[in-house]
Every structure is written in structure tokens, then in C-alpha cells.
Design a protein around this ligand. Structure first.
Ligand code: ATP
Ligand code: MG
Length: 256
């Protein structure tokens, strides 16, 4: 289980995260939704150890992580919102490079790299230069790279941005597959519908704070409650308006 407790992060005098609290259960496919600048990337970068927090803590399975970088880097994988790819390598060499950075070399490592390329449907591009991959393929290669050390929790920062519908569909299928293999997946987007059909749970971040968390139905209901319909009526019509509104509710109830 991932628990983020009272996380604060300032850039200069600007608070990017304010007492951010979030719990993600094991095996969840969690959608982390927020507008541009809400604090998604900042949260993820802290959770994977790439950025320091001012205060607060990240726990995985009850263990403090922010002061334990070695354990943290074994537990988490990260797919950033930009392509960190080296064009002069083939897809396979790229994977081998990252495997080696975790001390994985030799035949077993090569087999692992090939398995991961197969998992993200890039095995047929193993010998292709990274330069020769499409955007969706590069994104999937970054995903394979993030899995090389078999992390329990995978963070993906806006992985679907810039992908065409087919590439998005392929990515979603791969993520669902990973989820069914037991990985905990946290995926950010600024578009709720993009995540709603794929994620088991959604959390909404705004101005560095978690605003809502729940299933997609719960989020829709809570959002509707936060946008009440305000009806202004003349004083003499108040009783009639109440009656009509109540009848309306009964009518909807009777129709299920
Ligand atoms: N290195 C930085 N220096 C100063 N301010 C920063 C820095 N990085 C982020 N910020 C600010 O912190 C806030 C949160 O940024 P963050 O990148 O975490 O948002 P985000 O939710 O990932 O946005 P987006 O959807 O645009 O990727 C923003 O107001 C941003 O301008
Ligand atoms: Mg971001």
C-alpha cells in the first residue's frame, strides 16, 4: 500500500503541494487527475525519489521511503512525461542499458528485456533504432524500461498525451494487463474521461491538495453535488416551486 502523508513542496515561495494526503491500495489502477499545474508531476517525482519534499512522508507497506532511496528505487518504476530515449541505440540496447543500471546483465537480463518488449508489443522492433519508433512506440518503450527492475508500483505521468486513439487503446490494454498481473499503477492525466474507463479509483488534485477520491461513480456524484442547480423564484411562487421540484424527484424515483 502506498500512503502519502502531509506532503508539502514549495518552489521558492510558491506552494506546489500543501499537506497532500493520498492512499493507494495494492493492485489499484489509480487515476491521478488534475488541471495543468495542479501538482501531479511534483507528487510523482517526490514519490519516486527524483525530487525532495519540504515535509511529509511517503510510506510503502508501512515503511518510510523518503529517507530510504535504495528501497524506494526498487519498489517504484517511473514513466516520465517526456521521452528519455537515446536515439543511437536500438530498442533492445536501450532496454539492456537500463537493465545494466540495476545490475542485470547476461542472458537472463537479455531474456527479461525481450519479455518486456513483448509485453509492450515491441518485440518486432527490438533491432530498430529508437529514432525509428513512432511516438506511441517510444511511450511503450519507456513503459518497458520502467518495469525492468520489476517494481511493485508504477507511476506514469500523462502517458496518453499526444497519442492517437489507436495508440491510446493499445496503452490502456497493456496497463490493464499489468494491473491484472498485480502491479499497482498510478497514472496521471488532466482529462477525467481518459482515465474513467480504465481506472479502478480516481483522485482529483487541485492546487496541490487532494480534493476527492473514489470510484468513477463516486467522483461523478460528488462532482454533481459540488455543482448544485440554483433556482431563483419570486416569493409568491416558492410553495409551487417546491411542489414541482418534489414531484419531479418522486417522478424520477418511480421511473427507477
Ligand atoms: N522547477 C519548478 N520551479 C518553479 N515552479 C515549479 C517547478 N516545477 C513545478 N512548478 C510549479 O508547481 C506547480 C505544480 O507543477 P506540476 O508540474 O507538479 O503540475 P502538473 O499537475 O504536473 O501540471 P501539468 O498537467 O501541466 O503537467 C505549477 O504551478 C508549476 O508552475
Ligand atoms: Mg505534469
Amino acid at each position: 500500500m502506498l500512503e502519502i502523508k502531509n506532503l508539502n513542496k514549495r518552489y521558492g515561495s510558491f506552494y506546489a503541494l500543501r499537506n497532500l494526503n493520498l492512499t493507494v491500495e495494492d493492485g489499484e489502477l489509480f487515476g491521478f487527475v488534475g488541471a495543468n499545474g495542479a501538482g501531479k508531476t511534483t507528487t510523482m517525482r517526490i514519490c519516486v525519489g527524483l525530487l525532495g519534499a519540504d515535509s511529509g512522508e511517503v510510506f510503502i507497506d508501512g515503511k518510510r521511503m523518503l529517507s530510504n532511496h535504495k528501497l524506494l528505487s526498487n519498489k517504484v518504476g517511473y514513466v516520465p512525461d517526456f521521452f528519455g530515449v537515446y536515439p543511437s541505440l536500438t530498442s533492445m540496447e536501450y532496454m539492456q542499458f537500463f537493465a545494466a543500471s540495476y545490475g542485470l546483465v547476461g542472458t537472463d537480463a537479455d531474456n527479461l528485456c525481450m519479455d518486456l518488449l513483448r509485453l509492450v508489443k515491441l518485440d518486432h522492433k527490438a533491432d530498430t533504432d529508437v529514432n525509428g519508433l513512432s511516438r506511441g512506440m517510444k511511450q511503450r518503450l519507456c513503459l518497458a524500461r520502467g518495469l525492468v527492475h520489476n517494481p511493485d508500483i508504477l507511476f506514469l505521468d500523462e502517458p496518453a498525451s499526444g497519442l492517437d486513439p489507436r495508440a491510446r487503446y493499445e496503452l490502456k490494454e497493456i496497463l490493464k494487463n499489468l494491473s491484472s498481473m498485480g502491479k499497482t499503477i498510478i497514472i496521471s492525466s488532466h482529462i477525467l474521461p481518459e482515465l474513467s474507463e480504465m481506472c479502478t479509483t480516481i483522485g482529483i488534485i487541485d492546487h496541490g491538495q487532494m480534493m476527492l477520491k473514489g470510484t468513477i461513480d463516486e467522483i461523478h456524484r460528488a462532482a454533481a453535488m459540488q455543482s448544485p442547480l440554483i433556482v431563483v423564484v419570486e416569493e409568491h411562487a416558492v410553495d409551487d416551486t417546491f411542489r414541482v421540484l418534489q414531484e419531479g424527484c418522486i417522478y424520477r424515483k418511480q421511473n427507477g
